[in-house]
Design a protein around this ligand. Structure first.
Ligand SMILES: NC(=O)c1ccc[n+]([C@@H]2O[C@H](COP(=O)([O-])OP(=O)(O)OC[C@H]3O[C@@H](n4cnc5c(N)ncnc54)[C@H](OP(=O)(O)O)[C@@H]3O)[C@@H](O)[C@H]2O)c1
Length: 215
């Protein structure tokens, strides 16, 4: 199975880097920001020329999955209804004291990981955590190299089926997919974790996650 078309919600540094990598991997991309498509024309011509701009409300239409790449503080502006039924890759991170929506803050206080919190909030979507622990810079510079094909990108999911789809996406992007058995493992992918922004092969990534778990 290969991925043919994805949606990317967020057309900033991360979203456009992913769009470029996806295009290089033969994947069609629909992309949306907070601005209407006509206002992204010049931005996309420069940063993601092969991507098709769409309205944010239409990002889940006619794609196999959507990658969420908007700042966490903007999550309240997204309508969960528009993402209902879709496989949604949470590629977001919280930066230091970035303000976040109260539902997210409350869920974190209850001990949920950020992706578990998103799973509650976007309850009609199937959430997978991935693509958040590589910088937009590395997504561009490593892409297509031998080093990239050995660079491990983790996928945390409660569903082996969904995890497999994202593993296929990661491989098509030119990286090495490492599937983790639970969505809650997403916390080992976040800023300040042992693997965040680190260039690691499969075995070393797993070793660091095991060490973080105390396994
Ligand atoms: N930068 C990285 O290397 C990197 C890597 C992995 C993950 N991430 C994560 O990805 C997320 C985005 O980071 P970034 O660096 O790409 O930020 P950024 O450059 O500031 O871009 C943010 C994007 O989100 C869009 N956006 C904001 N509110 C929106 C809404 N309500 N609906 C649709 N789009 C909306 C913005 O659209 P407009 O410009 O039209 O407002 C913009 O395109 C963050 O959570 C970050 O932690 C970043």
């Amino acid at each position: 199975m290969s991925i043919k078309k994805i949606g990317i919600l967020g057309a900033g540094r991360a979203g456009t880097a992913l769009a470029r990598a996806a295009a290089a991997g033969g994947i069609d991309v629909n992309i949306a920001g907070s601005r209407p498509p006509r206002m992204m024309k010049y931005h996309l011509a420069q940063y993601a020329p092969k991507a098709q701009a769409v309205e944010a409300s239409e990002i889940a239409d006619d794609v196999e999955l959507v990658v969420l790449m908007v700042p966490q503080e903007e999550l309240d502006d997204l309508n969960p209804e528009t993402l209902s039924g879709i496989l949604l890759v949470d590629a977001t991170n919280r930066w230091q004291d970035e303000p976040i929506p109260s539902w997210l803050e409350n869920a974190l206080d209850r001990g949920l990981t950020s992706s578990e919190a998103l799973s509650e909030h976007f309850s009609g979507s199937r959430i997978v955590k991935s693509l958040n622990h590589i910088s937009h810079w590395d997504m561009d510079t490593d892409r297509g190299s031998k080093a990239a094909s050995q660079r491990a990108l983790a996928i945390a999911s409660d569903s082996s089926e969904d995890s497999q789809v994202i593993a296929e996406l990661v491989e098509q992007l030119g990286f090495c997919a490492v599937q983790l058995p639970k969505l809650s493992y997403g916390k080992y992918l976040e800023p300040d974790s042992e693997i965040f922004n680190e260039v690691l092969g499969h075995m070393e990534l797993l070793r660091r996650i095991d060490a973080s778990r105390g396994a």
